[in-house]
Design a protein around this ligand. Sequence first.
Ligand SMILES: NC(=O)c1ccc[n+]([C@@H]2O[C@H](COP(=O)([O-])OP(=O)(O)OC[C@H]3O[C@@H](n4cnc5c(N)ncnc54)[C@H](OP(=O)(O)O)[C@@H]3O)[C@@H](O)[C@H]2O)c1
Length: 352
Amino acid sequence: MNRNPKKFSVVGAGALGTILGGLIKHHRPDLDVVLVTRGEHCRQIRQTGQVVLHGPWGQCSPEVTATTDVKEIADSDLVLFTVKSQHTAETARQIAPVLGDATLVSLQNGVNQRELRPSVRADRLLVGMTATNMAITSPGEVTLQRNGLSMIGSPDNVCPSAIVQAARDLLAISGLPFETSDQILGIQYNKLLLNTMGYASVLSDSDFITDGILFGPWRRHVALPLLNEGLTVLEAAGIHLGRTSGMSDVLRFGRLLRALNTPGVDGPARWVVKQLVRPKKLVYSVYQDLVRGKPTEIDYINGEIVRLAGECGVSAPYNGLVVQMIHDLEKRPSDQFPTHEQVIARFRELSD
Ligand SMILES: NC(=O)c1ccc[n+]([C@@H]2O[C@H](COP(=O)([O-])OP(=O)(O)OC[C@H]3O[C@@H](n4cnc5c(N)ncnc54)[C@H](OP(=O)(O)O)[C@@H]3O)[C@@H](O)[C@H]2O)c1
């Protein structure tokens, strides 16, 4: 990748892509930043010529180019790929003829290199994970709800390290923390296992922290069985988890879950967190899709564990249940969720 990049494009600029593309333009106004997006979000950015970004920096409104035409990414140094997982293969095929020498970085949830490889040169393909959380609050406007580490790497370890480093440096212009890893597959699965539990909290529209992991019955009957099942499946598949820092690391997180099972611990912990810490509710993209009546990425998260289990000849009933229940919700009116108790009861039926 050019040491002095001139053009940065985002393919699928929704919440994640708009924040990163916008922040990079904010810090490097000389860089040509193109956001490929669609719908009302695209129309609004084109009309105003800018995106409005909220976060720890306050508010900024960098001027960017928005387009629905993938051909406008031609001559990019780096293409950030942030469509939802179910749009990966089709969108990658569309952009393949105009990728040229560009490095493509997927920060999608899910392990999508299988679908990207046919369209992207192996020595220019980078994938990763991000522990950030953001949402489109209105067309053209995005709020960063949680800052966190993002990591990228070459899934086949064939991308020259200078290119990986240059991609990291460009993405870090956003001001958000980026690191590189040569164990990126294990790091993607680390994040995926965390999401298998987070997405289960969406089933009852519950807060993952206060009504999820800090609530004994949910933790014991939903979170821990999902986590243990995911770990068993990855072991059967011969996939080694890569480690990340803090509570973004699923093994450290699992130890916390087990520690909370110690009698007398979780009640006071729940009170302290609810009354004193009052964390903001994490709004998962699966939830946003459900309330907007859109298909979700569930087949690429809990469904990925089910798929791997099938390949290895083991079973994954807990993740299978999440996939089935989310698909049921996709067909219902957007404000209808089962209760917390109903979800826990469905999981208990599996262990009885
Ligand atoms: N948001 C977060 O906090 C977050 C955090 C970590 C990881 N992620 C992951 O990052 C990925 C993107 O998430 P997101 O929340 O940013 O999703 P999003 O808001 O739905 O953004 C994706 C955008 O791409 C558009 N799109 C899809 N195909 C397109 C095409 N061919 N041409 C132009 N536009 C196209 C979509 O339009 P339509 O809506 O019309 O389909 C949508 O606007 C997902 O894998 C997600 O799991 C998100």
